[in-house]
Design a protein around this ligand. Structure first.
Ligand code: ADP
Ligand code: MG
Length: 216
């Protein structure tokens, strides 16, 4: 790795959830650095805390203890609205289940990414360009529910990348896809990575390790 400051830096991160018999510690003292331009693939057994970790990295939740920095920002002292603003500005996230609005068009789904970002000039044109980058210019006006699984995930990628995030966090993005759709989705991520995107991806699929610059 180069001498550049990491995009993401976790130190001693612990996460516990309240439970009937007392808090359950899911993550214990996690140290992780992700450098600019890395494509980190994280694997581990089911229930080991991968999604919990990704939620922390995507600023969707906070550590119980420990430090989490995104570039030059220590997220610990931030208020919830500041955390949300940082997430909007710098992070993209994709999930196994796509999280699209089924009755809205592919284009509308991408445009939702701009909703909390303040005024974005040429919003529709930018959303269309984001869809073209994932090879879906031709289905921009089709309702999300009519798309194949692979197309849905590529819409989700277009949405996640539309504002050029610093880091893309992906939780089993190909878990519901067949092999050819998986290749198409990973091709999109690989192109983003080649253009400088930093990626943190969780998967069960060992074949995806060939996209990784580092395996955790
Ligand atoms: P993985 O993604 O590796 O399969 P998860 O991070 O989803 O694992 O879950 C790890 C453990 O944390 C599981 O035992 C799960 O039940 C527990 N867990 C996850 N989220 C919560 C939550 N919000 N409240 C309570 N327990 C949770
Ligand atoms: Mg999970």
């Amino acid at each position: 790795m180069s001498g550049r400051a990491p995009v993401l830096r976790l130190r001693g991160v612990t996460k516990s959830f309240p439970a009937a018999g007392g808090p359950v510690e899911v993550l214990r003292g996690v140290d992780l650095d992700i450098g600019a331009g890395e494509f980190v693939v994280l694997t581990g057994p089911s229930g080991s805390g991968k999604s919990t970790l990704l939620h922390l990295c995507a600023l969707l939740d906070r550590p119980t203890r420990g430090e989490l920095r995104l570039e030059d920002t220590d997220t610990g002292p931030l208020h919830d609205d500041q955390l949300a603003a940082l997430r909007q500005a710098r992070l993209g996230m994709i999930f196994q289940r796509f999280h699209l609005l089924p009755h809205r068009s592919a284009l509308d789904n991408v445009r939702f990414r701009f909703r909390y970002a303040g005024p974005v000039p040429d919003e529709a044109a930018r959303a269309r360009a984001a869809l073209e980058e994932v090879g879906l210019g031709g289905v921009a006006d089709r309702r999300a529910r009519l798309l194949s699984g692979g197309e849905k995930q590529r819409v989700a990628i277009a949405r996640a990348l539309a504002l050029r995030p610093t880091l893309l966090v992906a939780d089993e993005p190909t878990g519901n896809l067949d092999r050819s759709a998986t290749e198409a989705v990973m091709g999109c991520l690989a192109r983003g990575h080649a253009e400088g995107l930093t990626v943190l991806l969780v998967t069960h699929n060992e074949a995806l390790l060939r996209y990784a610059t580092r395996h955790v």
